[in-house]
Design a protein around this ligand. Sequence first.
Ligand SMILES: *Cc1c(COP(=O)(O)O)cnc(C)c1O
Length: 468
Amino acid sequence: MTEKERTPPGPRDLPKVDDFLSWVEATPAPLSLKKKVVRGIIAILREQILAGDGVAWSALSRAALTARFAAGIVLALRPNFRKVINATGVVVHTNLGRSVLPDAALEMLALVGGGYSNLEFDLNSGGRGSRYSLVADLLCELTGAEAALVVNNNAAAVMLCLDTLAKGREVVVSRGQLVEIGGSFRIPEVMSRTGAILKEVGATNRTHPHDYEAAICEATAMLLKVHTSNYRIIGFTGEVGGGDLAAIGHRHGLAVMEDLGSGCLVDLSAFGLSREPTVAEVVGSGVDIVTFSGDKLLGGPQAGIIVGKKDLIGKVRANPMNRALRIDKFTLAGLEAVLRLYLDPDEAVRRIPTLAMLACGVEEIKKKARRLARLLKGVADACEVAVVPVVSRVGGGSLPEQELPSQAVALVPRRLSAAGFEARLRGLDLPVIGRIVDDHIVLDLRTVAADEIRPLAVAIEAALGEGR
Ligand SMILES: *Cc1c(COP(=O)(O)O)cnc(C)c1O
């Protein structure tokens, strides 16, 4: 060991940015990105040196620094938007992209995205067509509504309807339904944005037909019912059903709208889920306008679907704001493909991943969990592996109380904390998103597809890697 190497390196021993850059000149990446990676490495080393973290001379060698750069540039060039494995068991996970599209939808996306299409071209007349007509008939067929319109998302659908039908006038809503749906969608705020005036009626836990009757006046434009998607009021409660609300509204010549949020096209009670009215049942109850999401229980792409009476939908479609909220061709392609699957409800439940995951029995999930556990036999020295019962959730503000019995693989790494292991799983090229329960990482297999199990095992091994 030389005299110099007996003393630890100081900040002056760090390479200059330009020198470092010249060592990696051959790496094919934009110079700005290379600079960022080089500066990042130097900054970390400087921090460690100043903190007395015992940086070795070998870490400052040209070989060590270029190796570090090679790893850094791979990370820097990695796409920001990546596929992840959802092992949370939350089926409609808003942060993880809500619904997984069926193959039929993916094929349509590729087809219309990779070429020209009849997006707004009428193939019968050879003249200009309407993009909305591509799905309107299907939506009417599946919901029994007279007319349909689709926009960017359900928040846009609600805003557009209020803006069209209630601007400057009163909308009567039960106090128990003034919901906030994640992010910034709150009924009172959405309403004031559109210029509609909120008229609250009833109490938080109970609203009666006479509350609506008493609130109706000259200024009233509409009665609105909002699905309390993400919470439940239990105990001494009562609200007015859509059908009764429609009857009250129509007696007074008022439009009645229901924001269903997670609108569902098939009865899910056959799969052990709690009974929610389908969109067709809500339309059938007499409500004039119904709005719901494309990517919640429907299992399609992000979209806002508006179905209802022809004259009202016509007015909503003609609102100039509709142009700003319009649905794009990819969404339309995916949505049409998903809606077509619903023409045969059994087919829909088999082929639409959101429905298939919700309908999946616990025995089938257990098989997947056991398969994953078997694939992890080789990591037994680094991690405890067990198959355990858990509870999955529907998510996406749908059926908030619904508990779905499921099966998970619980991991307890022997030389890593649960939090450290979770961060490593998240940092992989194929990130794995699970839950931490006590000192376990719990991976619920309900939301893991069969063909993701092997990549999941590989990912777990990689995350344990350095800790072994
Ligand atoms: C989810 C939800 C919305 C918002 O729908 P997005 O498609 O997310 O814009 C609006 N209203 C209710 C009742 C909801 O559950």
